[in-house]
Design a protein around this ligand. Structure first.
Ligand code: ATP
Ligand code: MG
Length: 385
């Protein structure tokens, strides 16, 4: 058993909904981590999925938005340094095994379990569905479990909002394995080490920067837009005068600095301070204005985003090439999902056409029954005489 476990390949899977371009919350929450993992070479297989099927669960009336953003998300990945020769980038709707197993997994999860999912609860409220919740939306954690389990992924790098989804996937893997036999790996979430990066707030101070909330700084925003967005950011509401002592905790400007700034940024843009701790101490003492901090943040963000923007510009000249990467990735991903599906169907006993043992067993049973029938008929015929 232990030997078998050692042989299991180390697999990572993660993804994003194509509901808009990617923002700096995605970058610190998951993308940055993915590029690091890709470069360490620790994983045998790495998959990144553009979750178009999931995006449709709350955008059924706006397919155009989902369709248009598939390539935008792919451009953002490649611009951030995801290397398609190391990572398989694919499109969710191209993998037929995913909806198939979503159906089987639905039978393993109760409706009340789905309704308890805290992320889904918050998202339902935000989307103001009222009584008209699309069934697909409520059940998307089940389809997300299929996305992870059908690739044998053990690690899912993601932001904090995804923790309940991974928990749901673990439960489904466990339930399936105990009902039918070991097939699925129970995945684990990999949160960013930096706390500030686990759920980056929006520029409006709302709990989460989100494509759907219009409170995001996009990776592809130009330098001027980034600066403008930073200058209008929510800060500490009690810090009215420069001389007032301020709060750095729960202050989005400082949370962004926690997530992005390095000591060398001080040397480059604000040499009066050696590091972030010194800047925070001054703000908390009083005497440091929001404008100075915001200008510094805009510089830090633009310094980080500039190489990503440049690379994106180049990639935008070859949209056909980007689709080719997605097409090839989807074929590769399908082959992987198909091989796990085969094993899972076999364990469930629904591999009707490939299961020769089952066919033989059923044939034998019929043969025996027919023989018995014939013997009985012969016996009755004989006794009648
Ligand atoms: P939508 O509003 O359409 O749900 P989103 O901005 O929430 O979009 P997703 O595609 O749902 O983005 O999330 C993709 C990944 O990015 C997930 O791993 C998620 O945890 C992470 N992520 C999204 N927003 C943030 C954020 N503000 N901070 C940290 N991680 C985030
Ligand atoms: Mg989301």
């Amino acid at each position: 058993m232990e030997n078998e476990e050692k042989k299991l390949p180390k697999i990572m899977l993660t993804g994003d909904r194509p509901t808009g371009r990617l923002h700096i919350g995605h970058y610190v929450g998951s993308l940055r981590n993915r590029v690091e993992l890709q470069n360490t070479g620790d994983f045998d297989e790495m998959y990144i999925m553009i979750a178009d099927t999931q995006a449709l669960t709350d955008n059924a009336g706006n397919v155009q938005k989902v369709r248009d953003n598939v390539v935008e998300v792919a451009l953002d990945y490649l611009a951030c340094g995801i290397d398609p020769s190391k990572v398989t980038i694919f499109v969710q709707s191209r993998i037929p095994e995913l909806p198939e197993f979503t159906c089987y997994f639905m039978d393993l999860v109760t409706l009340s379990r789905l309704e308890r999912n805290p992320t889904v609860k918050a998202e339902l409220q935000m989307r103001e569905f009222g009584e008209s919740i699309p069934t697909g939306f409520l059940t998307y954690p089940i389809s997300q479990a299929a996305d992870i389990l059908m690739f044998g992924a053990s690690i899912v790098p993601a932001g904090e909002d995804q923790a309940p989804m991974i928990e749901q996937a673990q439960e489904i893997a466990h339930k399936f394995n105990s009902l039918y036999g070991e097939v699925f790996v129970e995945p684990k979430i990999q949160l960013p080490t930096l706390e500030a990066a686990r759920r980056l707030p929006g520029t409006d101070g709302k709990a989460k920067m989100s494509k759907s909330l219009n409170n995001a700084i996009y990776l592809s925003d130009d330098a001027k837009t980034v600066s403008q967005k930073v200058m209008t950011m929510f800060t500490d509401p009690t810090h009215l005068q420069v001389s007032d002592p301020g709060h750095t905790k729960d202050n989005p400007v400082f949370i962004y600095l926690d997530a992005f700034c390095k000591d060398e940024h001080f040397a480059k843009f604000l040499p009066e301070y050696p590091n972030l701790d010194a800047l925070k101490a001054h703000y908390e003492r009083g005497g440091l204005g929001d404008v100075t901090v915001k200008k510094f943040l805009a510089n830090v963000l633009n310094d980080t985003l500039e190489p990503i923007r440049q690379r994106r510009k180049e990639l935008e000249n070859d949209i056909e090439g980007v689709y080719k990467i997605l097409e090839e990735g989807s074929k590769k991903a399908e082959a992987k999902a198909a091989s796990i599906a085969l094993r899972a169907r076999r364990k469930m006993g629904i591999d009707y056409f490939e299961n020769h043992k089952l066919i033989e067993k059923q044939q034998k049973a019929y043969k025996k029954a027919h023989e018995q029938e014939a013997a009985l008929a012969a016996y009755l015929a004989k006794n009648k005489k």
